[in-house]
Unconditional design. Structure first.
Length: 156
């Protein structure tokens, strides 16, 4: 790894999270985040079936429209996951000005933090990263570690 990233384990229970975009990447990240918090706000004109379901169940708040700068107010952690690079980059810029930690799914160099793959059981949570260099290696490692932890970690 050229630049390994230091893993931190955040208490998300009092943090406000914003996810911009409602596609496959956003769904995967919300699925992971729902293990740790219910303070998730999604902003996207369209969303996948599972995201829609979580919104209907009240597990996340869904603002069904394009992102606006005002949506960042009061947020602690932001994930830009739209399919519009310009939009993601504007979100990163706005977050930097406001001192909000930001991740964007389209360009690792712009991320304050990387989104890990997760493996877990009742006692242990593992976050896995290749430092952004090889997502496939990360997925393989996640599968091995989940096996060691002895539980199917794919469902919430
Ligand atoms: C682990 C996981 C977590 C999650 O997303 O939940 C995750 N990516 C996963 C899957 C995945 N990623 C990609 C594909 C399509 C591959 C293909 O096409 O072959 C697939 C497979 C799929 O989607 O099925 C492509 C891709 N990924 C990034 C870029 C942009 C770039 O590299 O600059 C592009 C090109 C996008 C484009 O083309 O525009 C960037 C990032 N992806 C990260 C995390 C962060 C570093 C993780 C690490 O350090 O290893 C990092 C750096 C930043 C971030 O996003 O935080 C999850 C596996 C979950 C699991 O199954 O366990
Ligand atoms: N980091 C990763 O692991 C990874 C993996 C695959 C792709 N990607 C990148 O992530 C991007 C998103 O991937 P996807 O598969 O989820 O895309 P997708 O096309 O399935 O979904 C895009 C979503 O963004 C929403 N959107 C578009 N403009 C918006 C705006 N202005 N405000 C709010 N929401 C908006 C759309 O409504 C849609 O819900 C891709 O374009 C690619 O660059 C990253």
């Amino acid at each position: 790894m050229k630049q390994p990233y230091f893993p931190v384990f955040l208490d998300l229970s009092r943090k406000e999270i914003l996810v911009a975009g409602g596609g496959q990447v956003a769904e995967r990240r919300v699925r992971s985040l729902l293990l740790f918090t219910d303070r998730i706000c999604l902003v996207a004109p369209e969303a996948t079936k599972d995201l829609e379901k979580w919104a209907a169940e009240g597990r996340i708040v869904w603002k069904k429209r394009k992102i606006r700068a005002k949506d960042l107010e009061g947020k602690d952690l932001v994930l830009a996951a739209t399919d519009e690079a310009d939009c993601n980059e504007q979100i990163v810029k706005d977050c930097r000005e406001k001192g909000i930690l930001v991740n964007t799914s389209h360009k690792k160099e712009l991320c304050d933090f990387l989104f890990p793959a997760l493996a877990w059981n009742e006692k242990v949570v593992a976050g896995i990263s290749s430092g952004g260099e090889d997502c496939h290696a990360t997925v393989e490692a996640r599968k091995h570690i989940q096996k060691l932890l002895g539980k199917d970690g794919t469902s919430i």
